[in-house]
Write a protein of this length. Sequence first.
Length: 257
Amino acid sequence: MIGWKKIVFTVIVLIVAGVLVFLIWDIMHRDPPGADVITESDANWIRNGQEYSYRSHQELVLFLGVGDSAEGKNDKLEYLTLIAVDDIRHTYSVLTVDPDTCVTVNVIDGYGKTHGLPYDGRIAEALTYGGEGFYSARNVARSLKLLLHGREIDHFIEIRDDGKQPLFVTDPAAQLEAILSETGDETDENGAAVSCVVSTDLKLERIADLWGDLKESTCTGVRTLEGTREDGMLVLDAAKADDVICDLYFEQKIKID
């Protein structure tokens, strides 16, 4: 009986000692009163020890230039440009992305649902999933979002390639003006109105608003993502790509003491 009492006493002493050690450690590692603490969950991106959030008041619109694929199955991605519009600062930036850029490609079905495992491939391949139109274009935006460290693509406009470089690559405002100026007089063999727009998630009124914003804004620069060609893909220089992405879409978080 005496032996059991010693065991119980020893266990109680060890538990009390453990609690005291934990309390002392917790007190020593607490931040002083009034300290502003930014945790990892507060930052959208932590890069080189610095914490960044997405730039405020930015609207990202993805332009896709598509043409008929050689197989005649789905559209082929020919041009890809991302416009970031800031209607508060009255500025916008242009990022051109090579369709051969190596990204994570998500495999989806015609209803936009996951239909296979993602893989590393050309961003143009993302357009071959999801059928034609909304889901396939959104699948491209999904791959681009991963490349931009989680920054959402707000809208997309898919333009039919007419054999020459589309306006949005160099002058997105002119591209929107061209869309708005379409009369609808031209029709196909079925009598349906012909438009340069294949698919978009923007209403015509919103495109008009966006055109107005761009006309009153200053372009802060046209940027590209650089890399090397490997097996038919453009493998990005990660550090250089992150420099561009950080500069265009992120701003450093500031601690306030």
